[in-house]
Design a protein around this ligand. Structure first.
Ligand code: NDP
Length: 498
């Protein structure tokens, strides 16, 4: 079995990253200590003041050049992503290229979303000029996962930078090389100050960042770790945005385009070896089309192969410990009368997991209730879409979902309890920088991407300027009984009829 883990034999104060595909040494990185993290955050504070002092336009110009470097060197960046995560090179190129629109959008829209704008006044406050603007928080700590080591952390990083913050980034210990590449590329376009810095290490380095007194933490990872991050941040009243996992469902109505639905389900469940936070894990299919859909899904899924060679469409499982979770989920289903229509217990070979499609799965099976994070789908027959909605919502998670229906797609989607829904497609919403990304319940809170993603890394600052002395002076000890009576009359007139 090949692994990608921190090597305990590595030189003191460092850790090694090995390719999950072939076990080759990919790189060695510093295991940053609490003191290293504190020093990095201190440098970031100075850089944050300088960066916040630039105009939106000046920051946009730097972010645009950062985007240019990524676009021109996609293949190089993808090479590191491929080595560290094992994902196919073409998937790595796709992931990195999808982040480009986000950088462009955040840079372009920051002035409009965050810049000062006028706010309304009322009859009694007509003498005031009111305005609101969104100011940078200061230093943002970003903790990222390994599964999408470019697209996911940049969803926090570039929105935080566009809002005028400095960023200290702690990538997963499995993908520090990818994080390092991004930080080096940004330093080329912002050489003056360390506005975007890297710290590397394991969970303890992440914990040090949480305790370092940064102005906000943007965490992406599992719900379990999010709780630890939140508890640690509570000590210093550091706010957090938490982007966690899910058990996303895909619903197939009786009038759905079954070819499109089967293709989408296979991709959303099995691309990136199923290691996607918004990956489909459960499929609920209307009984009228269940058998036809299942046949089409199995045909598409059977055409995919996990491997480490260039022709494999699915890479290895990046995290060695995830293999046991996938095995446990499959075995539980089979033990309790479920069927493996494709794959099954022998689908696992070392770090490779071949596509699995399971049916007749009990709803309380871990394969349904927990995040499997492997190339595996459970497919369940439902009598109608009401049942599909009910089963979809019967989870503590609430990240994303997808609905396939020609006539009732949006209507069904509106009834799902989750942060994002795709209709007649999958993975479309993260590609739209104008749309906020995030979940509810155990999937987290707060938003990256879109206007909400920019505001997430800022604070609202209100200003009310008195333009002239009001005819009715209310906030003074010189207020008279006549003023009181008039003010009461006006308020009663305005609000009393409701
Ligand atoms: P983990 O929760 O294991 O780790 C996430 C990050 O937290 C890593 O960088 C990890 O460092 C770090 N970390 C670990 N312990 C601590 C701690 N005590 N304090 C601070 N930081 C810590 O998640 P994975 O990396 O395994 O990522 C997979 C999870 O991420 C899945 O649940 C997936 O659904 C979710 N995810 C959510 C997304 C979203 O946008 N909603 C997007 C992508 C993934 P290290 O790796 O060095 O231990």
């Amino acid at each position: 079995m090949t692994i990608s883990v921190r090597n305990e034999q590595a030189e003191a104060g460092t850790f090694e990253v090995r390719s999950p595909g072939n076990g080759d040494l990919v790189g060695s990185f510093p295991m940053h200590t609490d003191e290293d993290v504190a020093a990095t955050v201190a440098r970031a504070r100075v850089a944050a003041d300088w960066w916040a002092g630039l105009t939106f336009r000046e920051r946009a110009e730097r972010l645009d050049r950062f985007r240019g470097i990524i676009a021109r060197r996609l293949a190089q960046l993808a090479g590191i992503m491929h080595e560290e995560t094992g994902k196919p090179h073409s998937d790595a190129v796709l992931e990195a290229s999808l982040s480009l629109d986000h950088i462009a959008w955040a840079a372009k829209h920051a002035p409009k979303v965050l810049g000062r704008r006028r706010a309304g006044v009322s009859l009694l406050t007509a003498n005031q000029a009111a305005s609101v603007e969104y100011r940078p928080l200061g230093v943002i700590g970003v903790i990222g996962p390994w599964n999408y080591p470019v697209f996911t952390p940049l969803g926090s990083i570039v929105y935080a930078l566009a809002a005028g913050n400095a960023v200290v980034f702690k990538p997963s210990e499995f993908t520090p090389g990818t994080g390092s590449w991004l930080v080096d590329a940004f330093a080329q376009v912002v050489p003056e100050h360390p506005v975007f810095q890297l710290i590397t290490g394991d969970g303890s380095t992440g914990a040090a960042l949480c305790a370092s007194g940064v102005n906000k933490m943007a965490f992406t990872g599992s719900t379990t770790t999010a709780k630890k991050v939140m508890a640690s941040c509570a000590e210093t009243l550091t706010p957090i945005v938490a982007e966690c996992g899910g058990t996303d469902a895909l619903l197939v109505d009786s009038d759905a385009d079954l070819d499109a639905a089967a293709d989408a389900a296979a991709w959303a469940g099995m691309a990136n070896a199923g290691q996607s936070c918004i990956g489909t894990e459960r499929v609920y299919v209307h009984t009228d089309v269940h058998d036809a859909f299942l046949e089409k899904l199995v045909t598409v899924a059977r055409g995919q192969r996990a491997g480490t060679d260039p022709d494999a469409t699915i890479g290895p499982i990046t995290l060695p410990s995830q293999i046991e979770t996938i095995r446990r989920h499959i075995n539980d289903v089979l033990r309790r009368g479920g069927r493996a229509v494709l794959g099954g217990a022998d689908a696992i070979d070392g770090s490779l997991v071949q596509p699995c499609v399971l049916t007749d799965v009990p709803e309380d099976s871990p394969a349904v209730t927990e995040e499997t994070f492997g190339p595996m789908l459970t497919v369940s027959r439902v009598g109608d879409m009401d049942e599909a909605v009910k089963r979809t919502n019967a989870t503590t998670y609430g990240l994303g979902a997808a609905v396939f229906s020609k006539k009732r797609g949006t209507e069904i989607a509106d009834r799902l309890r989750c942060g994002m829904v795709a209709v007649n497609a999958v993975f479309n919403y993260p590609q739209l920088p104008s749309l906020p990304f995030g979940g509810v319940g155990d999937s987290g809170f707060g938003r990256i991407h879109g206007p909400d993603g920019l505001r997430e890394f800022s604070f609202a600052r209100s200003t009310a300027r008195q333009r002239f002395t009001p005819p009715l002076a209310l906030t003074t000890f010189g207020r008279t009984a006549k003023t009181d009576s008039l003010a009461t009359k006006i308020m009663t007139l305005l609000h009393g009829r409701h």
